[in-house]
Every structure is written in structure tokens, then in C-alpha cells.
Design a protein around this ligand. Sequence first.
Ligand code: BTN
Length: 331
Amino acid sequence: MKSKILTLLRERADYVSGQELCETFGVSRTAVWKAIKKLQEEGYQIDAVNNKGYRIVEAQEEHFGQYELDSRMETKWAGKPLFFFDEIDSTNVRAKLAAEEGGTHGTLFVADKQTAGRGRRGRAWDSPAGTNIYFTILLRPTFRPNQASMLTPIVAMAMVRAMREEAGAELADKIGIKWPNDVIVNGKKVCGILTEMSTEPDSIQYVVIGVGINVGKMVFPEELADKAISMEEYLGRKVNRSQFLPKVMKAFEELYEVFVTTGDLSGLKEEYEAALVNKGKQVRVLDPKGEFDGVAVGITKEGELLVEKSDGSVINIYAGEVSVRGIYGYV
Ligand code: BTN
């Protein structure tokens, strides 16, 4: 109820009577008063005036927490329910535990800080407090395990949609995807995605997709300095994490629903290719069976990269086997 009160007070931006709150949420005046008190304790400035009711004073500083995120989520299922942690080992670890205990499709785990954040290939993911977004969404897809590789690109697309919305038209075209799923700003990586799953031979038990978004300005370690960027560094202004994360969830839910209607990327291919920073560029395919160069021309509906060699032949590159990099650098 606290997050619903927040939403209502924010929408109204004026006094809302205690009576109206009681009627809207079907609770007593004491319950309303207690909820308001709790929100005030959480740092919300809510004026309470006799005969007028309650009014929220929108703060300049961001509230990154349970009620704020709940109250801003505009989805049907993605991010519902949501569990927020000031500090946790890893949201992926937490999501997997919840999955084993029957957690439902769409459940979201968000942390302000991770003490054991995990990256791909067994690496650690630096997760300091107060600056970035770390989240994991739990999914229970009904499609087959071989289709799950398309989920990570969909999350990358959701990130691109949300970041373009946040950036505005002027800066939007610098945001894209390096195949298969690196979200790129100005040629540098702005977020990492770690997808893990548990499968039966023919079905998926669960998938957890963890995303770490570089939001606040960071001093990256030397080896990452020319490969990583944060949203604030790029935009040159603060980003409100509680407003941004619901945009990612909304975009993800929409994209996921298009994906499940066909079970492939046919409905999303055009948008993906428009965001693909490698498109039309020379790439080097790092195939263990032999490296070769070519031009990235697009993707298949299964998400494979199409690379045209100098002899005109087009090769399908499957993400699991090989990686691709630009001839002149990371992209
Ligand atoms: C990568 O190596 O690029 C993937 C990094 C994924 C990091 C995120 S942060 C939230 C979630 N919890 C984790 O422990 N890892 C993922």
C-alpha cells in the first residue's frame, strides 16, 4: 500500500485527504497514518495538514528503494513482485535461490550494492553502493531450451530502448548493440548481462538474467578505461535510477511478448539490426576453427550474425561458439 500511496500523492501533486486514501485502499485512518509515517521515516517529505490531508514534496535527490521502485513500475508482470536489497551478495544468486523455492515469472531482484557481484566467464562484477543499478529478473519460459539464447539480446534491446528514451533524440543514435548483446554507448560498454538457466532435456525450469548498469560516474580500472562508460558520463547529468529501471522493465516486457508470439526474433529483427553497431562494418570472427574477416550484414531470426566474406559468401555466426570484434578496436 505504501507504494500505491506514493503513486497517488505523486500523481495528484496536491493535498489528498486521509478520507480519500482510506476509501481508495479500503483501510482505516490509522493504517493510512502509519503508512505515511513509514514513508516519512524512509526520507519522503510528506506534509500532513489538518482538514487538508497529505501532500508529497518531490525531493531533488533520488530515492532508490522498494517503495519508490514499486510505485514507478508500469508493467503487467515484469518486475512484479520486486525485492529490493540495500546490500546483497549477488542478485543472480538470490534469484536462483528464489527460483528453486518456486519464485514466479517476472520476479525482480534489485540491489544498491553487491558484495559478490558476478560477471561472465567467472569474473567479478564490481558493485559499489549508491551509484549503479544491479538487477536480476527471474523468468519461467514455456519455450524450449534452445530458444533461450535469444533472451539476452532481448534484454540488450530493452536497454537500448530505455537508454534512448532517457537520452532524448539528440544523443540516442550513439546508443546501440555490439552483437550479440553488449550495450554500447559511443563505442564503449555501458552494461553487462549475465544469463543463467536451469533446464530439463526439453524444457526450461527457469532463467535468471542479471544486469549491471554503469549509471554513476566511475573510475574504471585501467584495463577497462577505454572499453567502459557510465550513463552519467555520457549524458553529462545525473540519472535517477528509480525512474530509469522501470523504463527498462517496460521495454523488456513489450519485447518479450513479441518474442514469445513467434518463439524467435522475426518480429524484433528490424529493430535489433537498426541498433546493431557492427552493421555494415568490417569484423573479425574469432572462430576456434580459423579466424576470418568479413562485413556484418545483419542477423537471422534465431539471432545468428550474418557475415559476408570478400568472396561474397555469407556465413552464419552462432554466439555460443565464436566472438566477433571490430578490425580497429572493440566495436
Ligand atoms: C558481464 O560480465 O558483462 C556480465 C555482468 C553482469 C553483472 C550483473 S549485476 C546484477 C547481476 N548480479 C550479478 O552477480 N551479476 C549480474
